[in-house]
Design a protein around this ligand. Structure first.
Ligand code: ADP
Length: 573
């Protein structure tokens, strides 16, 4: 027997309309790309969403068309999020840090018909334009006065919407209609398109709004540092409007000083971003001897949350909650909410809990399986490939012919994890990063966390190096805090002291800069390339166990030095 409830589709326009009728006076604040601050209300924003929808329709954008946006987090991109999706078109956010080759690939692959971009990205767009086969119109996200001279004909966004009606008759359609798309960052192979639907987005916005998920409240002032091109800023542009919170967009100011200034000026209480952002901000406030007057909570995900961040922010009264997810999951799968009374405990007792990735959101099923496909118990010790399913998990990539699900309908995340009896997830590693040594799996995350807790270490990454006896052994690569002159051997010992012997790195190398990928995560593929000729100490000619930081310097090809990536710092030189 079927229920007798209305067939009412879960459409994104419902969020927009709810925001307008329930919180019309709530504020949206943006640090403008042009400089200065822009401030308006949800009601003002709604009018401009209507104007943008008219403009899109007038330029011929139809249901199912892909519309590209390459922009910073701003009120204009917020308007486009809603206007594009709610007329039935697809908002394709593009990560400008993908590099020209991948950007060209994703725009052509998606078949985008219009490209909106911030002035910052004009040189990139001009370089891409001749190769973009489907883009018919370019729009710059600014006003006429700030629209720079360009090789391509591009109208300013403000001109595009000017004079359009401030109301719109939003269409109804099936809730499974595509709403937005985001390509994976392509660290291995070509980027792949993930195509979200209205239903998957609304469900994700609802579940992440729970107190046990992101946990933001009406009184919060929310700052998504996570870019709107990184899995729709983890859906904050939807969940914040659903919850009626004041939203603050950082525009292009993502460095420590700019973020701090904006947080203080707008009394931000809650911010979200990847660990590198939080490390940079922490370095900034510690370096300047500042503290936060309003920030209380941070939601951190995208890669493992290091202890250094938890302790560092705790000193400033900021609570860190970890989330785990991926582009293919819209993106959030788990959040590590705190049990009642958690913050009454001393920090040392809290840390082991906070380092875990948390428990599944409603409608996210998780399981772990062995290499052979055997389903493993959730006992906190068996570790296996993490697979998921749910209404906000993809079933196929866009225009991609491979079947990606297991025969029984699960998606393999590529992560290796344990799950305990209470459903607590602990990511050990990415399957492609985990170090297989003498039949055991070594977690690179554990070693990186141990290294990051050293005060002189700004960034740490571990990669597996080939070893004839053990298959692979860990090499620890660190970037030091500016001005720090720590002895690498002392750091190595500090790391070993925290780990079981099998996880002891065989060597440590200091680099000027650990390369970061398009979403601010450590780019291990690049590190592997940088260290491809590196030889572990006990395999060097003559054997021995010297682990001097300068040992590999001579092994780095000279042309790589020019590429702006490493490099290995010789102590005292
Ligand atoms: P990409 O890294 O290619 O940009 P995603 O942003 O979708 O793609 O990254 C998803 C991956 O990031 C996950 O599969 C996982 O390996 C890693 N990740 C995300 N959050 C966490 C976390 N809290 N702890 C550890 N790893 C994480």
């Amino acid at each position: 027997m079927q229920g007798l409830m209305m067939d009412y589709p879960l459409l994104i326009k419902g969020i927009m309309q709810h925001a307008l009728r329930t919180f019309p006076e709530q504020e949206v604040v943006t640090r403008l790309v042009e400089g200065g601050i822009h401030r308006y209300t949800y009601a003002d924003s709604y009018k401009r969403m209507c104007q943008a929808a008219h403009a899109l329709q007038d330029m011929g954008v139809k249901k199912g068309d892909r519309v590209a946006v390459m922009g910073w987090n701003t009120h204009r991109q917020l308007e486009l999020y809603y206007a594009i999706s709610c007329i039935g078109a697809i908002c394709h956010t593009i990560n400008p840090r993908l590099g020209p080759e991948n950007a060209n690939y994703v725009i052509n692959h998606a078949g985008d018909s219009v490209l909106f971009y911030d002035t910052t990205f004009q040189p990139l767009v001009e370089a891409l334009a001749p190769g973009l086969k489907t883009v018919k119109k370019y729009i710059v996200l600014t006003d006429a006065a700030n629209n720079p001279k360009s090789k391509i004909k591009a109208e300013a966004y403000e001109e595009m919407i000017a004079g359009k009606p401030e109301a719109f008759d939003w269409p109804d359609f099936d809730e499974n209609t595509a709403s937005a798309m985001c390509y994976t960052s392509g660290t291995t192979g070509k980027p792949k398109g993930v195509l979200y639907s209205h239903r998957s987005t609304v469900i994700q916005a609802m579940v992440t709004s729970l107190p046990t998920s992101f946990g933001a409240e009406l009184s919060d002032v929310v700052l998504p540092v996570v870019p709107m091109f990184h899995v729709n800023a983890w859906n904050v542009p939807y969940s914040a409007l659903m919850g009626g919170m004041k939203l603050v967009f950082p525009g292009p100011g993502l460095d420590g000083a700019s973020l701090y200034e904006l947080m203080e000026a707008e009394k931000v209480t809650y911010a979200l971003g990847v660990p590198t952002v939080w490390l940079n901000l922490l370095n900034y406030i510690e370096g300047e001897g500042k503290t936060f007057s309003s920030l209380k909570y941070s939601l951190i995900g995208g890669s493992a949350l290091p202890e250094k961040i938890i302790r560092g922010y705790d000193k400033h009264g900021v609570r860190c909650r970890q989330g785990w997810g991926m582009t293919e999951m819209s993106p959030t799968g788990t959040t590590n909410f705190e049990p009642v009374g958690f913050y009454d405990q001393p920090i040392d007792e809290r840390i082991p809990y906070q380092l875990k990735q948390g428990k599944a959101l409603p409608y996210v099923d998780m399981r772990i399986v062995s290499d052979e496909g055997k389903i493993l118990p959730h006992d906190g010790s068996e570790s296996g490939h993490l697979q998921v399913r749910g209404p906000s998990v993809l079933k196929a990539y866009y225009n991609h012919d491979k079947d990606i699900l297991t025969p029984d309908g699960w998606f393999d995340t590529g992560d290796v994890a344990t799950i305990d009896e209470t459903g607590m997830l602990l990511i050990t590693d990415r399957a492609k990063d985990v170090i297989k040594s003498g039949g055991e799996w070594i977690s690179t995350i554990d070693i990186e966390n141990a290294a990051l807790s050293h005060e002189a270490v700004a960034q740490a990454a571990v990669i597996g190096m080939p070893h004839p006896k053990w298959d692979e052994r860990p090499l620890l690569i660190v970037e030091l805090v500016p001005g720090a002159d720590a002895d690498p051997q002392q750091i190595l010992q500090f790391v070993k002291d925290q780990l079981s012997k099998i996880s002891w790195p065989d060597d440590i190398q200091v680099v000027d800069e650990i390369p970061l990928g398009a979403t601010g995560k450590v780019l291990k593929t690049k590190l592997r390339e940088m260290f491809k000729d590196y030889v572990l100490p006990d395999l060097r000619e003559g054997g021995g166990t010297t682990t001097s930081a300068s040992a590999a310097v001579t092994e780095v090809e000279p042309d790589k030095k020019k590429s702006g990536f490493p490099f290995l710092r010789r102590k005292g030189k």
